[in-house]
Design a protein around this ligand. Structure first.
Ligand code: TYC
Length: 112
């Protein structure tokens, strides 16, 4: 029997794989993400909504104005997508701020 080392080039399929990987499913699940939405109403002033979008969602005035108009025309829009905790905080901040100013603005979240 030969005891010579077998060179890689002498074997078919020698890629260093020992052939025991039967499961390729990734077990590390990405955390669920949540859409935060604002809803249109007939009473909240446009400038208040623009201010909310700047203050709590880091938008520029132009971005905030454009999104506010989308909500005004379409009824609602997604403002951002966040982890559960961040989404919940945004919703609470917006709802508290609107209530303090006595505007009926609604902000909700929904699993993506
Ligand atoms: N529709 C409101 C108005 O005409 C403006 C508005 C926009 C209110 C967006 C809420 O999420 C909203 N004053």
């Amino acid at each position: 029997m030969s005891m010579l080392p077998v060179m890689m080039s002498d074997k078919k399929d020698d890629d260093g794989d020992v052939g025991v990987v039967l499961e390729t499913r990734q077990k590390t699940k990405k955390p669920p993400m949540y859409k935060v939405m604002i809803l249109n109403d007939d009473y909240t002033p446009m400038e208040f909504v623009v201010h909310v979008l700047e203050r709590f969602f880091g938008m520029t005035h132009a971005q905030a104005f454009e999104l506010m108009l989308t909500v005004h025309k379409k009824g609602l829009a997604v403002v951002g997508v966040f982890s559960f905790e961040v989404a919940e905080t945004k919703v609470t901040q917006v709802m508290d701020f609107a209530q303090r100013h006595q505007h009926p603005l609604q902000c909700t979240m929904e699993k993506e």
